[in-house]
Structure formats: C-alpha cells, structure tokens
Ligand binder design. Structure first.
Ligand code: ATP
Length: 231
C-alpha cells in the first residue's frame, strides 16, 4: 500500500446516485470517513441510509458517482442477523470465516460481558446481548472501519448507552473508524465527531456534531427542538 492510500479517508463516497428502477434512492450523495474517525449518518425512515450501506458493501451498484473503501470494512447489519441456533462463540468465529486466525479471545477482552455468554445460543439472548455479539462478530474480521446499522433499534436506553461506550472504547483502543447509521440523532451526535443528515436521498446538513446540534433546523427535526439556554 502506498503512502497516499494510507492517509486517504477510509470511506470516500462522491456524488453517488443509486436507483431502484425509476426511483432515485440516493441523489448526488458525498460523504467521507477518515481513519480513526467516528461519523454518523442520520435520517428518517426511507431516507436512503440502508441503500448507502448496501452500496458500500457492494450489494447495490451506483448508477452514477463513486464509492471507495480504502481498507477492511465490516458491517453490523440492522436487526443483528445472528445464527440463532449457534453459540455466541460460533457466531463470533463466523465473522472470521476463511481467515487463518479465528482466535476470539481478544474480542472477549474488548467486549467484557460477552465471555459469560460464550456457550449460550444466540436465540436465547436479550436484544442488547445480541447486538453485542453482532459487533463482536464484525470485529473478528479485524476491520479498519466498522459500519453499524441502527445500533439502538429496539433497545432500552441503558443498553444503548453501554453499547455506545464499547464502540467509543474500540475507536480509542485501536483507532477503528466507525460509521454509525442511526435514526436516533441524539445518540449519534453524542457518540460521533461529525455527522451527515440524509433526507429523501440527499445530504441536507453536515458538520461537527456539536454544531449540528445547535442548528435550529436539525434540532427541531431530530432532537425535539433546540436546547434552550438557561440564563
Ligand atoms: P429505514 O430507516 O426505514 O431502514 P432507510 O433510510 O434505510 O430507511 P432505504 O431502505 O435505503 O432507507 O430506502 C430508501 C428508498 O428506497 C425508500 O424510498 C425505499 O422505499 C426505496 N427502496 C429501498 N429498497 C428498495 C428496493 N429493493 N426496491 C425498490 N425501492 C427500494
């Protein structure tokens, strides 16, 4: 790998257009995720978030524009998608399918709490535990960027906060970049450095999360109104 590749953003999406038949799901979307960066993509149902993730993973093809992933990407899919009748340990190993090294011990170190579930079948776990396994399985691919689709879906706030702490630690510990796809803008803005707001297939706002959270348009639409200053 040459020097330019090493310093290039790990994800570069440029003027991306994706269509389903005549319908345009993504219209001229541009977005980057730098190495070691935590970036959020927020937007309502049907905005095109999953379409973007699927294009990054190669499931959908661009009608125009480009998508570049300059490193190993792992995806935590919406709804976890574990093998319910397999144990946690076996689900983790599937994340390194085909790799020589399928050692799981470092994942248990990074995600304390998973170890005691090691022999349990995935189908008997709580939603939060399953989400933790899904993150662990993605880590088994030793990714340089992890794309997490709807981390908070169907989970209690305390469980979400715990998972968010794990992601932040992972990012701090070895610089794994994170692209967090979320409807829960408050969580996304708390956890990430920068964010993009996607509506009806277009990026309508972007910038540091601290700035977006104080923008009246974004705050009204996604945070239940601007935070009032206490005098
Ligand atoms: P959600 O948060 O509800 O999962 P999303 O932001 O992920 O929504 P997408 O699933 O990417 O949005 O959908 C974007 C648009 O593309 C929507 O209008 C959706 O109806 C349409 N769409 C998605 N998949 C297909 C498909 N396979 N065929 C036709 N239209 C599709």
């Amino acid at each position: 790998m040459n020097e330019a590749m090493n310093t290039a953003p790990i994800i570069e999406v440029c003027d991306l257009v994706v269509r389903y038949g005549w319908a345009t799901a993504l219209d001229q979307v541009s977005l980057t995720v730098g190495r070691s960066e935590m970036v959020a993509l927020v937007g309502p149902n049907g905005a095109g978030k999953s379409t973007l993730v699927n294009t990054l993973s190669g499931i959908e093809r661009p009608a125009a524009g480009s998508v570049r992933v300059n490193g190993r990407l792992a995806h935590v899919p919406e709804g976890r998608q574990l093998f319910g009748d397999l144990t946690v340990e076996d689900n983790l190993k599937l994340g390194a399918w085909g790799a020589k090294n399928r050692d799981t011990s470092w994942v248990y170190e990074l995600l304390p709490g998973l170890d005691r579930l090691r022999r349990r079948r995935a189908e008997g776990l709580s939603g939060g535990e399953q989400q933790m396994v899904a993150v662990g399985r993605a880590l088994m691919a030793r990714p340089e960027v992890i794309v997490v689709d709807e981390l908070s879906l169907g989970l209690a706030p305390m469980v979400v906060a715990d998972l968010a702490r794990h992601l932040a630690r992972l990012n701090e510990a070895d610089g794994t970049a994170v692209l967090l796809i979320e409807q829960n803008a408050r969580l996304a803005f708390d956890l990430c450095d920068r964010a993009y707001v996607l509506e009806a297939g277009r990026i309508v706002a972007e910038g540091p999360c601290a700035e977006l959270a104080t923008s009246p348009e974004v705050a009204n639409a996604y945070l239940g109104g601007p935070i009032e200053e206490v005098s």
